[in-house]
Design a protein around this ligand. Sequence first.
Ligand SMILES: Nc1ncnc2c1ncn2[C@@H]1O[C@H](COP(=O)(O)OP(=O)(O)OP(=O)(O)O)[C@@H](O)[C@H]1O
Ligand SMILES: [Mg+2]
Length: 272
Amino acid sequence: MKDTPTPEAKSAEPGRNDFVTFENIGKRFGRQVVLNDLCFSVGAGERVTLIGPSGSGKTTILRMLMTLVRPDSGVIRIGGEPLYQEMRGGRLVPASEKHIRAMRGRITMVFQQFNLFPNMRVLRNVTEAPIRVHGVPKAEAEERAASLLELVGLRDKLDAYPSQLSGGQQQRVAIARALAVRPDILLLDEVTSALDPEIAAEVLDVLREVARTTDVTMLCVTHAMRFARDVSNRVLMFSDGGIVESGPPEQIFGDPQHDRTRRFLKSVLEEA
Ligand SMILES: Nc1ncnc2c1ncn2[C@@H]1O[C@H](COP(=O)(O)OP(=O)(O)OP(=O)(O)O)[C@@H](O)[C@H]1O
Ligand SMILES: [Mg+2]
């Protein structure tokens, strides 16, 4: 099940159409095979949406990139460098914790349930990782946090605690926090599915702005099809351990080729 790199990536540099690659990735939980010999790649700056039925492995793929779940087989590369292995003496060997930590520093994820630090004010939620993990000076981290909170429309909430914010506001803080470390890769896992439709629309507008104003590579799991259509260069449809179909959003949503995709899209539309 090969999936060819996209030629239409919005800001991919020439020769960097394989910025993130999954090479023959296998993953099972107990006797359940979740991913089977999965191959795909994502260009630098490309925006890819992952769709597919519940249990098809979408979150597992994002969690593998966050180094929260290890693949059983295969190689994941970021910028050509293996994530879970490193070269030693001309051979690929399991990576040290140090290597994995360094690679993970380039990737951030926003979750369905926000996961803000409840005991920290908004500003500190956003500055914590840059200061503690990346060694950014406090003043510089705070300046960047303020401009990111401006981007997500929360400049006036710097001193609030997460519990004093609505769900949509918390999610916008989570987006600012994810961008604060200047990630190469932003992972979004159903970030609006816990929100009311109106609030979800505000969060999606923020993400449209992020897509418009940054060149971060985005892998996004979402049921918000209009958003996916607007923002993504390519849609990957997952089922039965792999990608059954992929292409530009106009094609996947407008003229899906596989019956599995048609059935899935029909069920999502009926739910909406
Ligand atoms: N830590 C785990 N232990 C056991 N099974 C797991 C674990 N994580 C995921 N699974 C199983 O792997 C399969 C894929 O899970 P995953 O969360 O990736 O699906 P998904 O496509 O994100 O689904 P959804 O759309 O419901 O979020 C599911 O059947 C799930 O139960
Ligand atoms: Mg999931």
